[in-house]
Design a protein around this ligand. Structure first.
Ligand code: URA
Length: 239
């Protein structure tokens, strides 16, 4: 017997937390009866439906994607823009992105149908390191970047200390390229961090997630994660 919210998450429909919301808002039925309590347990013989659609357990799948700019990190879009899932034409599982990259950000994005895995990696308590490369307007120096290493207040909350490396500076154009490593995943975090020290981001890409890189992939391409990589991510997130 397993908890209803876990069964829904395992079916790749959504995260366990969202599944709890679905239950509480009356979207879930077991054997034809709407269930709103979270404690209910079900087994393989029970017929579970979400919004009237029966769920079935999918094999978990995990992908590493090189997201292009101009694509949204969602499974659908009300403005009909291209989504990251549109690139996975030969994947039948209901995958969703683990966290987000902005519409105009490119780089490494993980996708899965495993809601627990997504929760593990995106939980604020155990987020893994992410490495970004930002092209910023203004000349980056040790002095103006220092606040990033101390933590700065964005959206009323201090960021965790970040690491940086200045990769290059074009003094004529007044632009720098800076590598930034953070482990949180707040909304527009990198852009807001640079903005708050007076170096607005003009171009942003994520080149690393944990130990994973984009090696071997071109923009718009993806590959399945290896078992070893999945386990490494689980271990990184638990520490
Ligand atoms: N931080 C941002 O500002 N944008 C992203 O897409 C990712 C991190």
């Amino acid at each position: 017997m397993e908890r209803l919210q876990k069964v829904i998450a395992n079916a790749g429909i959504t995260s366990r937390r969202k599944a709890e919301e679905y239950i509480q808002t009356g979207r879930v039925s077991v054997n034809g009866k709407v269930v709103r309590e979270l404690g209910v347990k079900v087994d393989g013989n029970d017929k579970v439906e979400v919004d009237g659609v029966p769920i079935y357990k999918e094999e978990p799948v995990y992908y590493l994607f090189y997201k292009p700019r101009g694509v949204i990190s969602a499974v659908s879009d009300d403005k009909n823009r291209k989504t990251v899932v549109d690139y996975f034409t030969d994947v039948s599982e209901r995958i969703f992105p683990i966290g987000r990259l902005d519409y105009d950000t490119s780089g490494l994005l993980l996708l899965t149908n495993d809601g627990d895995f997504m929760n593990l990696l995106t939980h604020p308590k155990h987020e893994v390191d992410k490495v970004y490369v930002a092209k910023v307007k203004g000349v980056a120096t040790k002095e103006n970047l220092r606040p990033l290493t101390k933590g700065i207040v964005i959206d009323k909350k201090k960021t965790a200390p970040a690491r940086y490396e200045i990769l290059s500076t074009d003094f004529e154009k007044g632009m720098s390229v800076v590598k930034l490593t953070i482990h949180e995943g707040r909304n527009h975090q990198v852009k807001k961090m640079f903005e708050s020290i007076g170096l607005p981001v003009r171009k942003l890409m994520r080149e690393q997630y944990g130990d994973l890189t984009l090696a071997g992939l071109r923009v718009g391409q993806y590959r399945p994660l290896l078992k070893k990589e999945i386990n490494q991510l689980r271990n990184l997130a638990k520490n």
